[in-house]
Design a protein around this ligand. Sequence first.
Ligand code: IFM
Length: 458
Amino acid sequence: MTTTHLRFPTGFRWGTATAAYQIEGAAAEDGRTPSIWDTFSRIPGTVRNGDTGDIAADHYHRMHEDVALLRTLGVTDYRFSVAWPRVQPTGRGPALQKGLDFYRRLTDALRDAGIRPVATLYHWDLPQELENSGGWPIRATADRFAEFASLTAEALGDRVATWTTLNEPWCTAFLGYAAGIHAPGRTSPANALRAAHHLNLAHGRAVQALRAALPGESEISLTLNLHTLRPLTGSAADREALRRIDALGNRLFLDPVFHARLPEDLVRDTAAVTDWSFVEDGDLAAAAAPIDSLGVNYYAPTTVAAGRSETPSPWPTAENHVRFPRPPGPRTAMDWPVDAEGLYELLTRLRTELPGVPLMVTENGAAYEDYADPEGRVHDPERVAYLHGHLAAVHRAIADGGDVRGYFLWSLLDNFEWSYGYSKRFGIVHVDFATQRRTLKDSAHWYARVVAESSLPA
Ligand code: IFM
């Protein structure tokens, strides 16, 4: 009997991903000041069980143990984020050496283990002081972010070759400033659109700052959570609903960054809440500073239909036009559909629309109800099946001619899943939050084999 393996290209980058607030803990140590998530998670009712990131997976103190886990997995790359309030506590002024030292120790440990560090500059932990001054809806926050990028690149540029400016600016703008279900918990559609623009600008300014501070061969990227959209039916009304959400969920970020323009239909759709006069001359050109690759985070597709959705909605001005029906089929513990085809479709769309832009899957994974059995094993066959299906989709996109350079599994560790607190487990390593004991789940052993062979059993 012959088994066919799906082999990935030579040099394909195999990684796992995490983010500072979700794993580090040590929230008040070594000069770190509160971020918007420290503040938000303390407001009763915002995070399940009243959980906070105060301790999280205690990675700040267990960093060497976690790098040893990465070595066991055999990954070539590790994507982490730099906590802005650890490195520049007020969001202004000089860097705090102790904060930088943590990331110097982490990146040294990674390099000693033969693992390439991939640093994300913003994974949602805005210093609270900057939110007090206006947060992402104001232009000055983009300037502050470029300064933070510069300080961090000067300190770590000799050891980090791959940089990502922002993680999922859609979530920052729309979950944080429109739906209010993420920090800072504001519910203003107009501010959410302002935030989206200033995030695009912040990205472009940070790219310029990074280019100035980093060695020439460094790779600079942006990570987006683009939406694979499916109309409920082929009706004109459902296709119109799809167009609206595509503008807000995809083209609002892709068009400025890759084409130095705002989608005209989006400007029209949102005219009732903003005239976009906060977009100044030169902003869109700044947002389009050339980057070396695009990071793609994918978990599930979104089904859309004409109708009304709940308010407050994360989709400014779409709530009276679009609803989000629940498609049948298997779901993860997040209640998200399992649909690997959506990842293939997204990578294929990007290949067609952004020719010449290398792609990296910077997040993909699934939460399930995991527990350690009496022998201390964590069996997670559903996660293995999810990962298998999605990696096969990546393989197919590459076989079709897509330039996909790597895959980062979300996540290395069970962690603080934002408004769900610790109730959702995305890790391939189980964390017992009472003892901080780490246990490799079956999916971790499975992933280690995939990485070692750079191929997927068919
Ligand atoms: O945990 C998050 C991560 O912080 C950003 N992308 C989606 C993940 C799962 O919800």
